[in-house]
Design a protein around this ligand. Sequence first.
Ligand code: SF4
Ligand code: SF4
Length: 185
Amino acid sequence: METLDDLFIPYAELETKTRALMTNLFSDTCGMCAACCCRADICEEATESAFLAKLLERQGLAAPDMDDRYGWLDLRGCSLKYGRPPVCYEYFCDELLARLPDEETRFSAKVLGKLMDHVGQKALGGWHLVEIMEEADLAKVDHAGVARRLGESLAAFEVIQNYVSTGRLTKSDIAALDLITSRES
Ligand code: SF4
Ligand code: SF4
C-alpha cells in the first residue's frame, strides 16, 4: 500500500467484520443492558480525529449529524458502520466477561476488542492514528507500519473467527493473538 488513502478501505472492511462478529457474540447481553457504556464524549472522538472523520465522510456523516445528548447512539445501537473510536470495541464489563465460558474465550474476546486499536499504534511517532487531529498530519503517518499492523489484525481476526467455529486454538493461533496484545509491535 502506497499511501494512507489506500488504507481507508481495508481498515473499514476490517472494522465492519470485527463489528459484525462482536454483535453476533455479544448483542444478547449488550442488547438487554440497562447501563449502556456508550458515552457522547467518546462519540465525539470520531469527529475530532482526522482519520476517523474521513471514515465518517465516506458514510456521508459529519459532526453536525451527531446528536448532542446521545452521540451516534440510536434505538438500534451505534449508528456508525465504521469509524468508531477503537475504545468502543475494547471495553468489556464484568457482567459480559462473566458470561463467557472460560479464560481462553475471554482472552480471544479481549483480542477481538483490540484489533482496531492495534492497527493505529505508533502511527506518527508516539501518536496513535486516531489521536492525530490535523488532516495535514495524516500525510506524515508511517503508512507501511499501519499496513503491517492492519495485516496482523486481519490475521488475528481470521484466527478468532475460526475459534468461534471450532473452539480450537493452535500454538501459531495463540502467537497471532499475542501479537495484538503486545505493545512492542
Ligand atoms: S459491555 Fe456491559 S455495560 Fe457495555 S453495553 Fe455491554 S453489557 Fe452493557
Ligand atoms: S459505539 Fe458508537 S455510540 Fe457507542 S460510544 Fe462508540 S461511537 Fe458512540
